[in-house]
Design a protein around this ligand. Structure first.
Ligand SMILES: Cc1ncc(COP(=O)(O)O)c(C=O)c1O
Length: 403
């Protein structure tokens, strides 16, 4: 077992310390929040519920300071060169849309994605068809692993952007980002990584990756709901126009014109979710203290326990590679003859186990495979081997109900 003190971690999560034991396996959707994050949010509302970047009174200056500090925490978390490379968004979806709306893609240019994109990294590119921007899909191998040869073959001169999921929320597979980026750059294409399922679970070094843009969600990594991050290389971000325009995004205006702010302010329009941003900073500090390498190790161990425990169960099929090491903290599965929603409902009723069911916003993949969806258990730092055992036992009972 990793050196993480899971029992100590669990004590930090109020919802895990209620009377009725909760087995929370829906972490790929949203994680639970530790008291350190809740306290950081409360501190903002209790002590300095004011706005940043506008007011020179004491409370305003306190918010300024906290937001600057948080940007530093985020930059350090991802090893960004400058704090200006960090833009606060509401979620991954908004971060991807910021790029899809501002990157100067023109008629005939092509955006490359994989066949396992969340709708948030699919629809923004499909919407560009209206201005003649093409979209192509690199198919994964039959077990969900990234197909490097297929990727290389897809890189023609029209490809200007590779926008890819880093870790899939469908099957937990992490794509070889460093190699993908190197090859894309050799073909003069930029790379955006959808790191919504990577940032919470393994270390990311944007400089070592040499990635151009990276998007993730705070609420999937212990942070408050409605918080997200867009990382971008400074020169690239500086070259982009406004996305949402208005207060805070301009230096000056006349009735006829405006002078855009520098980055990151240009992209943070209107009053921001200061409490959320500050809470996000507390979340990243909490994760850094544990160490992302240990987080990854812990999840892999739990995934192995579950995979070993459910393998061979009648009618069971797991989406993605057989080896749990290749699926991080995700077990996406089906039981032949039972709707995934029914599996989720039965587990919820029988033992207060929360899993997700459905298409997980990856409808395109399920449609292409003639499937309706799956049941998905996704793990995190506070999950235990004992919880995995209860899950296995309860799933066996559910499977026995299939005629
Ligand atoms: C891989 C992936 N990308 C994007 C998203 C969208 O995240 P959000 O809803 O926070 O924008 C998710 C959410 O589940 C995801 O798993």
């Amino acid at each position: 077992m990793s050196k993480m003190d899971v029992e100590k971690i669990r004590r930090d999560f109020p919802v895990l310390n209620q009377k009725k034991p909760l087995i929370y396996f829906d972490n790929a959707c949203v994680t639970l929040k530790p008291r350190q994050v809740i306290e950081a949010i409360n501190r903002y509302y209790n002590e300095f519920p004011s706005c940043a970047g506008r007011s020179s009174h004491r409370l305003g200056r306190m918010v300024d300071e906290e937001i600057d500090k948080t940007r530093e925490v985020v930059a350090k978390f991802f090893n960004a060169k400058k704090t200006d490379e960090i833009i606060f968004t509401r979620n991954t979806t908004e971060a991807v849309n910021l790029i899809s709306h501002t990157l100067p893609l023109k008629h005939g240019d092509k955006v490359l994605t994989t066949d396992k994109e969340h709708n948030s990294n699919l629809v923004p590119w499909q919407l560009l068809a209206g201005k003649g921007v093409k979209h192509a899909v690199v198919k994964s191998k039959s077990d969900g692993i990234f197909d490097m040869e297929a990727f290389k073959a897809s890189l023609d001169n029209d490809v200007k952007l590779v926008s890819m999921v880093y870790t899939s929320n469908l099957d937990g597979v992490t794509n070889p980002a460093r190699e993908i980026i190197k090859i894309a750059h050799d073909h003069h294409a930029l790379v955006l990584l959808d790191a919504a399922q990577t940032a919470p679970h393994r270390p990311i070094d944007v400089r070592a990756l040499d990635v151009d843009f990276l998007a993730c969600s705070g609420h999937k990594m212990l942070g408050p709901s409605g918080t997200g991050i867009l990382y971008g290389k400074a020169a690239l971000l500086e070259s982009l126009p406004h996305y949402i325009a208005g207060g805070g995004t301009v230096i000056d205006t006349t009735y006829e014109s405006f002078k855009p702010e520098k980055v990151p302010e240009r992209f943070e329009a209107g009053l921001q979710d200061y409490a959320g941003i500050i809470g996000l900073g507390a979340a990243l500090q909490y994760l850094s203290k544990i160490g992302l390498q240990d987080v990854e190790r812990h999840e892999t161990e739990l995934n192995r326990t579950i995979t070993d425990g459910i393998n061979g169960m009648k009618g069971l099929s797991i989406i993605g590679p057989a080896d749990p090491v290749l699926r991080g903290g995700i077990i996406s599965f089906n039981l032949k003859g039972m709707d995934p929603h029914e599996i989720a409902m039965l587990l919820d009723r029988s033992a207060n186990i929360a899993i997700r069911s459905g298409a997980h916003c990856v409808h395109s993949w399920f449609n292409a495979h003639g499937m309706k969806g799956s049941a998905r258990a996704s793990l995190y730092i506070y999950n235990t081997k004992e919880e995995c055992s209860v899950f296995i036992e309860q799933l066996k009972k559910v499977a026995s109900l299939v005629k």
